[in-house]
Ligand binder design. Structure first.
Ligand code: UDP
Ligand code: MG
Length: 313
């Protein structure tokens, strides 16, 4: 098999059929399969997928999750089941053109020096505020993390088998794929593409989900916040000692009772606040470790259907 399209679906009943038809039209002449991951959709996605599967017009694999595990888990499952020499990760909502997927495969065939092609949005078709927040996210995470994230690069990518194996070898539970792509290295070619409007349905990303995702990324790929907590502790301790000396000298030299009620209150609140913040940072890491050491599976598949199995029958 030459090419596998890995397409996660969450409530995409209005898109999967069009996705298959477009793939059939655009990928003509290429041997390909489509790996659909039904990520616990609440609509009729699974029904449409099974209809498509029964029609046998495409080489389909369907991985049906037992519940919603999130897109990152879906990608992991999709990569595990993809059999192609090249694997393209692509959304099912038609925002990412299949034409670009084809071009990425052709690029890799012509350029053996590259291991993967990543598509990035040249212009973000979002509100100014969202664009500003995303921009702030990239500069923050690139300052904090040891790996460099390419601005606006999505997970719309074409990977060679070696890259797929590298990603699969990272079996952590908390999967921040932007970080994983950067961490594994490999020669990556970045190409611009124009994102399209969603065909049917709505996006599952809210503003707060994105904020949480960003924090997740920092905790997953950097321990700098912990070091910052240590530094903050050292600085406040030094300031406290200096102030203590001031108070002692005042008392010895002038013997006055310092009327320091406001100072005491402010200091208690300040130090208390710093302590809670630092504890919170430690807590974030501890919570991640807590889940990670349980070593739970990244996803649970209720059923897997594959065109390869029906061929064997
Ligand atoms: N998706 C998924 N599981 C989820 C949320 C989303 O598999 O819990 C899929 C979704 O079906 C789509 C892709 O991930 O194919 C991107 O999602 P969406 O279009 O909502 O995100 P956006 O394009 O707005 O970033
Ligand atoms: Mg989308």
């Amino acid at each position: 098999m030459k090419l596998s399209l890995v397409a996660p679906c969450y409530n995409e009943e209005g898109n999967v059929r069009l996705f298959c038809e477009e793939a059939r039209r655009i990928l003509e002449g290429i041997e390909y399969e489509i790996v659909f991951i039904n990520d616990g959709s609440k609509d009729g996605t699974l029904k449409v997928l099974k209809e498509l599967y029964a029609e046998k017009k495409d080489n389909l694999k369907i991985i049906n999750f037992s519940r919603n595990f999130g897109k990152e888990a879906g990608l992991y499952a999709g990569l595990q089941h993809a059999g192609g020499d090249y694997v393209v990760i692509i959304d099912t909502d038609m925002q990412q053109p299949i034409e670009v997927a084809r071009e990425m495969v052709e690029f890799l065939e012509e350029h053996p020096e590259y291991d993967e092609v990543a598509a990035y949005q040249e212009e973000r078709k979002e509100g100014k505020i969202m664009t500003a927040f995303k921009s702030a996210f990239y500069s923050m995470i690139n300052k904090l993390c040891d790996v460099e994230l390419y601005k606006n690069a999505s997970d719309f990518r074409c990977l060679r088998r070696s890259v797929v194996n590298a990603i699969l070898s990272m079996s952590e539970y908390h999967r921040f794929s932007k970080g994983i792509f950067a961490w594994i290295g490999f020669e990556t070619y970045y190409r611009p593409y124009e994102v399209r409007e969603r065909n049917a349905g709505t996006t599952s990303w809210s503003f707060w989900k994105l904020v949480n995702y960003a924090l997740e990324g920092v905790v997953s790929f950097s321990t700098k916040p912990l070091k910052m907590a240590t530094k903050l502790g050292v600085v406040t301790s030094i300031l406290a000692i200096l102030y203590m000396l001031v108070v002692i000298i005042q008392k010895l030299a002038f013997g006055i009772n310092i009327p320091g009620y406001p100072t005491v209150i402010v200091l208690i609140l300040l130090i208390g606040g710093i302590q809670l913040t630092v504890l919170g940072i430690i807590g974030e890491y501890l919570a991640k470790m807590h889940i990670e050491v349980k070593n739970r599976p990244i996803y649970i598949a209720k059923n897997v259907w594959s065109y390869e199995d029906t061929e064997k029958e």
